[in-house]
Design a protein around this ligand. Structure first.
Ligand SMILES: [Zn+2]
Ligand SMILES: [Zn+2]
Length: 363
């Protein structure tokens, strides 16, 4: 079958036509025909050979971890999913160690050993192929009306997990805080999906991103009523003056300097949620004492979040339905390009089109 594969040893990324077509190996598995695969910064790191590893014993890794597909075959013990259903798969699989409470409790997203596998990223093939096989426990059924946007489920789960943690963190306050103000740092797909999730939860949300308006990201923010400000024109202090200090800052850039700079906009008792993964060394001058003093004197929390669990996928699918009903067309506008598998590397490196979220289509 056709697949997009990276050969780290040869430093090659290409479409292969002879990948073995996977077959059901257990009665609880489903076979899925891939419809769409989203690409993101993680893929960029993999195709530049700074991240990612093939399954043991193989010299290549099939890429793709953000996927929408259609079930074409089900094992005899599969329940809850049937032939013809649309599904999105989760990414991470648990480590084998008894000591890892997180994995043993079904939460490899909190794995403590680092020996988890991730489809399309770490030691397990991804979904950027005509077919894949997965245990039904790792796929989520997608309502057919979400067909056009469900490839965004996985990136939205980043926000879902981050905001779920935010809720737990703020239980530290002796009263039940109103949603308050949020700043989303970064206007990429994870940022804009986080924006929608924050607005749905009642936060007065501002997008704070590098690129100056007008641009497509600002247009989407505007369409859902979120102010958009450029980090090039507006300092953290000016941000506070214009929209007020942020009870939550949702970071989705992976840029260290921008993240440290925005700390100045965090309100007392505020929480900074970090989702971006800085991928290259970035020199940074930091008054460490001032930062720590601020965190202590204002009861602030900095919280990192990675990957997501089953409940985050369920919540993401519910949110996608809600977003589409509340803001018709807004979610669709995040998907700015659909490309053939052969274009994978160019799409990942931003050479095919700019836009917001580009996907590989197998249909
Ligand atoms: Zn991704
Ligand atoms: Zn583990």
């Amino acid at each position: 079958m056709k697949a997009v594969a990276v050969f780290p040893g040869k430093r090659e990324v290409r479409v292969i036509d002879d990948a073995p077509e996977p077959q059901l190996q257990s009665p609880t598995q489903v076979k899925v025909r891939t419809h769409e695969v989203g690409v993101c910064g993680t893929d960029k790191d993999i195709v530049s050979f700074t991240y990612g590893s093939p399954p043991p014993g193989l010299d290549y890794l099939i890429l793709g971890h953000e996927c929408l597909g259609e079930v074409i075959e089900v094992g005899s013990a599969v329940k809850g999913v049937q032939k013809g259903d649309l599904v999105v798969p989760r990414v991470r699989r648990p480590c084998p160690h008894a000591i890892c409470t997180a994995c043993r409790q079904g939460h490899p997203d909190y794995c403590i050993t680092g020996d988890f596998t991730e489809r399309g990223i770490k030691e397990a093939h991804g979904f950027c192929s005509e077919y894949f096989v997965e245990d039904v426990a790792y796929v989520h059924r997608v309502p057919s009306e979400l067909r056009q946007v469900a490839v965004l489920t996985e990136p939205l789960t980043i926000a879902e997990k981050g905001l779920r943690q935010l809720g737990h963190i703020q239980e530290r306050l002796p009263w039940r805080p109103a949603p308050g103000r949020a700043v989303v740092l970064g206007g990429g797909p994870v940022g804009l999906l986080g924006m929608l999730a924050l607005i749905r939860r009642g936060f007065a949300t501002t997008v704070y991103s590098h690129k100056r308006a007008p641009n497509p990201k600002e247009a989407i923010a505007g369409a859902v009523g979120a102010p958009y400000l450029s980090t090039q024109d507006v300092s953290a202090q000016e941000l506070v003056r214009r929209v007020g200090a942020a009870d939550v800052i949702y970071e989705a850039t992976g840029v260290a300097k921008a993240t440290v700079d925005v700390l100045g906009a965090l309100a007392p008792n505020g929480v900074l949620i970090l989702t971006g993964v800085p991928s290259h060394g970035e020199e940074l001058t930091l008054d460490g004492a001032a930062v720590l003093k601020q965190l202590v004197l204002h009861n602030q929390v900095v919280s990192g979040t990675v990957n997501a669990a089953a409940l985050d996928f369920d919540m993401a699918l519910e949110d996608l339905s809600h977003f589409r009903a509340t803001w018709p067309g807004a979610v669709e506008r995040l998907l700015t390009g659909r490309h053939p598998p052969e274009a994978f590397v160019d799409v990942v490196n931003g050479k095919v089109s700019g836009g917001i979220k580009n996907v590989i289509s197998f249909r």
